[in-house]
Design a protein around this ligand. Sequence first.
Ligand code: E4P
Length: 218
Amino acid sequence: MKFFIDTANLEEIKEANDLGVLDGVTTNPSLMAKEGITGTDNIMKHYVAICNIVDGDVSAEVIATDYEGIIREGMILAELHENIVVKVPMIKDGIKALKYFSERGVRTNCTLVFSAGQALLAAKAGATYVSPFLGRLDDISADGLALIEEIRLIYDNYGYETQILAASIRHAMHIVDCAKIGADVATCPLKPILQLLNHPLTDSGLAQFLADYKKGNS
Ligand code: E4P
């Protein structure tokens, strides 16, 4: 399973990249705003800065919601760097745009997916990635992991090559569950990735090993 980091914070991206386990980055307009990145020029420059840190796919989201606007913005984003993946919302014009991009070899990430039917449409339109938001479903007492399972089943039934990018991940167990289900990618903030490290028996075991070494070598 690939690990993407879901942030526009360059320090967090560097920290995750330094771990050596990072395969890409996802961003969205809210994450850009959180970092104070505003204005088209600054946003474009920020995408390039991210691409210069990580050797992997970087999702850059269009703002337009009409077909022509999505195509126009998407082509500009795709030209910024070879690692850019154009992120397109799950709307009618978005589906048409996904088809346009896939026919021209522009890679895409269909975002804001909350149902298996939406994921089926994204795959049929040729999306490179589909992003089901599991945390946001859990937040409203729906079953986010069940959706990932449904999408996995449908894609395997028909051999769709669209990769399942499990998004809106809230904690380490979400990552582990996504891996068990067979999601192709998990994207999340740095914290859940670092939470995977934690086990009290690792800490106590290491403390014991170091104490015993000290006893024998003092
Ligand atoms: C996916 O690409 C989105 O940026 C993201 O995972 C949304 O997560 P949130 O629900 O934590 O905002």
